[in-house]
Design a protein around this ligand. Structure first.
Ligand SMILES: Cc1cc2nc3c(=O)[nH]c(=O)nc-3n(C[C@H](O)[C@H](O)[C@H](O)COP(=O)(O)OP(=O)(O)OC[C@H]3O[C@@H](n4cnc5c(N)ncnc54)[C@H](O)[C@@H]3O)c2cc1C
Length: 632
């Protein structure tokens, strides 16, 4: 191979966590054709890897896939890619998934595109959509024959071979898109000869492709021999081997016979011996993939491409086995940055959308001004219209799933409070306002949040105070190495007017606490004179100005409030019969409750939760008093 030799052992020793994080950030920021990041990795003799996903068949599968990709993005792949349905079916879904990943998942996404059933015009349409969504990389393929057909047929007005697609992309878009093509270490099934197949591969590179991604293989010797032949034939670009970890015996047999993949005798014998024990087959697949990758790395390969089959565990274990990933890395900012290039410099966001980042990105997608790294003018926020799309995020699951997790038939407000408390306990994975399970940083304040929820302070966002934690802290850290991060304690919750009164009554003793409450009719209560931005997260880093990436401000709170209240109805009430008691209960909460944000400006000694304990004790005392009076 043209890439220099690096052993996996020296790699895991050499790359400290901080260096790796900085490199990852630098790769992540270099949006555009992937070949640039690949070349840099080669220069630095640094391994890199990527993950392939395919479009799931059901809406719930799609929803889970996004969560999975977000988690797998923490494994720091250089990019992920999404397959194009065989025969061109599900192509719209492929486009949707790829563009969502590119915009919302903080990892570069490459789109597969095939010639099957595609005319020049539909190909152009797909590329235009990809471009609009910020996608910069295409894996240009001919495609397999649609199911049921043996022979691949050119679509009238379409392309005959992948090379024609490569030429078309270069002709229409110049260098805008990075282009990868496929290569076959064992020869393509329909190739005239191995030599002719390699000649065709070279033609794709000469037509403008940047690098090659290979078909899966299990015989490493075959791969190395083929790479030597490619190099001898004048193919000098990076060649990234495709690794498919074995997940189960039957799937493995099916895949290898479909792709006509050679399987070394010892691997087959080992697998046959354990074929009825799924767990052992999976573990064998992980161990085998680690050995394969180690041999590839030792032989000079730097890039590895994993066919994940949309599964997470095996790939995570393989990367751990190779010493490529630590368990946790901290991001450049406390929230995930979008990869859409126009947003590259964005470095301030309101805290309100912390648990619904996709909605925030979508509502601000057309903003093109970013004074001080902030999107839009904060005094008159030009947030996009609140659309059904923002409310019905596919991530909140189907109606049946929501019924299962958010209580089948609540009859009292206490039932609803219990759902919020269960979310804090981790028994429920999401709420309409919180698309993901509670975060690590919430663990220390869990107990208090649980008590608050049971008492009808329905929390949807929170952060503890932090006074100078290292930027590498696994729970609250973010940003560059050797920095320090700070946070003001923050709470956001829905509560009844009576509960709000109780809180306000005690606030006089807490001058550092600043709140704004607003109901769905826009009735506002606040002790906050300053309507400008209040930074609630900031970081101090060597040789840099202070970075303040998260703010609370009145003007954006009013925008968020509309979305937050609408979610009660669109996400929660909508799962019940419209005439049911459960539906009226949710409607009542929606109509009467306030949405409150509360900031503790004393980030050194503040005790926002101690304050709430007092509020709730006060409440208890009052209840006791009322009970006693009634008894008297
Ligand atoms: C990494 C990877 C990802 C894939 N992802 C997808 C996917 O998302 N969706 C999907 O449907 N399929 C996918 N495939 C499968 C792929 O589409 C098939 O293997 C297909 O049969 C060949 O595609 P290709 O791009 O290699 O075709 P081509 O490069 O066009 O080659 C196809 C055959 O034609 C020959 N050939 C090439 N050019 C010429 C020429 N000018 N004249 C004569 N013969 C020629 C080649 O030798 C080969 O035998 C993927 C394959 C790989 C390796």
């Amino acid at each position: 191979m043209g890439e220099p030799c690096v052993s996996s052992l020296s790699l895991s020793e050499a790359a400290s966590r901080e260096e790796k994080t900085a490199r990852f950030e630098s790769d992540r920021k270099s949006r555009g054709p992937l070949i640039n990041a690949i070349r840099r990795a080669i220069e630095e003799k640094r391994p890199y890897y990527s993950f392939e996903f395919f479009p799931p068949k059901t809406p719930a599968g799609v929803s889970n896939l996004f969560n999975r990709i977000e988690r797998m993005a923490m494994l720091e792949p250089m990019f992920v890619d999404v397959t194009w349905g065989v025969g061109g079916n599900s192509s719209q879904l492929t486009l949707d998934i790829a563009s969502n990943i590119q915009q919302f998942c903080s990892v570069e996404c490459m789109l597969h595109l095939t010639c099957t059933n595609m005319t020049e015009a539909t190909t152009k349409q797909a590329l235009e959509t990809a471009k609009k969504c910020g996608i910069r990389n295409i894996l240009a393929l001919r495609g397999d024959p649609p199911r049921g057909l043996d022979q691949w047929e050119q679509c009238p007005g379409g392309f005959a071979h992948a090379v024609d697609l490569v030429k078309f992309i270069r002709k229409e878009y110049g260098d805008y898109f990075g282009i990868a093509v496929s290569g076959y270490p064992e020869g393509h099934v329909a190739a005239v000869s191995r030599e002719d197949d390699i000649k065709r591969l070279r033609e794709k590179i000469e037509a403008g492709a940047d690098f090659v991604m290979t078909q899966l293989f299990y015989d490493v010797d075959i791969f190395f021999r083929w790479v030597d032949q490619c190099r001898a034939a004048g193919i000098t670009c990076p060649i990234i081997p495709g690794i498919m970890p074995i997940q189960n015996f039957n799937g493995f047999k099916l895949m290898t016979s479909f792709c006509k993949t050679s399987v070394p005798g010892d691997i087959l014998a080992n697998l046959e011996a354990i074929q009825h024990d799924d767990a052992r087959v999976k573990q064998y697949g992980i161990d085998l993939a680690i050995q394969t990758c180690q041999r590839l790395l030792a032989g000079g390969v730097l890039g590895l491409h994993f066919y994940t089959l949309n599964l997470e565990r095996s790939v995570a274990h393989i990367l751990e086995g190779l010493g490529f990933v630590s368990h946790k890395r901290t991001g450049a900012l406390p929230w995930k940055q979008s990869l859409v290039s126009r947003r590259a410099e964005e470095d301030v966001r309101p805290i309100f959308w912390a648990n619904r980042p996709q909605s925030y990105l979508d509502r601000t997608v057309n903003w093109d001004d970013f004074p001080n790294g902030r999107w839009g003018n904060s005094a008159s926020p030009a947030f996009g219209e609140l659309l059904d799309y923002h409310l019905c995020s596919i991530r909140t699951g189907t109606r049946e799933e929501r019924l299962q997790i958010w209580c089948r038939a609540p009859t009292s407000a206490q039932d609803i409070y219990g759902v919020f408390a269960n979310y804090i306990d981790g028994q429920i994975k999401r709420l309409p306002w919180c698309e993901n399970p509670i975060q690590l940083e919430t663990v220390p304040i869990k107990e208090c949040l649980r008590r608050m929820n049971h008492k009808g302070y329905l929390t949807i966002n929170s952060q503890p105070r932090v006074n100078g934690a290292p930027s590498s802290d696994p729970a609250v850290g973010w940003g560059e190495p050797n920095g320090f991060v700070y946070q003001k304690a923050y709470l956001e919750f829905f509560c009844s007017p009576a509960n709000l009164d109780k809180m306000i009554l005690l606030l006089v003793d807490y001058p550092h606490l600043q709140f704004t409450a607003v109901n769905q009719l826009n009735m506002r209560r606040s002790n906050n004179q300053n309507t400008g931005a209040n930074a609630v997260t900031w970081g101090v880093f060597p040789g840099k100005e202070i970075i303040q990436p998260t703010v609370v401000e009145d003007s954006t709170f009013v925008v968020w409030k509309d979305e937050a209240f609408a979610l009660w109805l669109s996400q929660w009430k909508a799962i019940y019969e419209s005439s049911s008691n459960s539906a009226s209960l949710i409607q009542d909460i929606h109509d009467t409750f306030y949405l409150v944000n509360l900031v503790d400006n004393d980030y050194i000694n503040g005790d926002i939760f101690g304050f709430f304990d007092r509020v709730m004790q006060h409440d208890g005392k009052k209840e006791e008093e009322t009970k006693r009076r009634k008894q008297d």
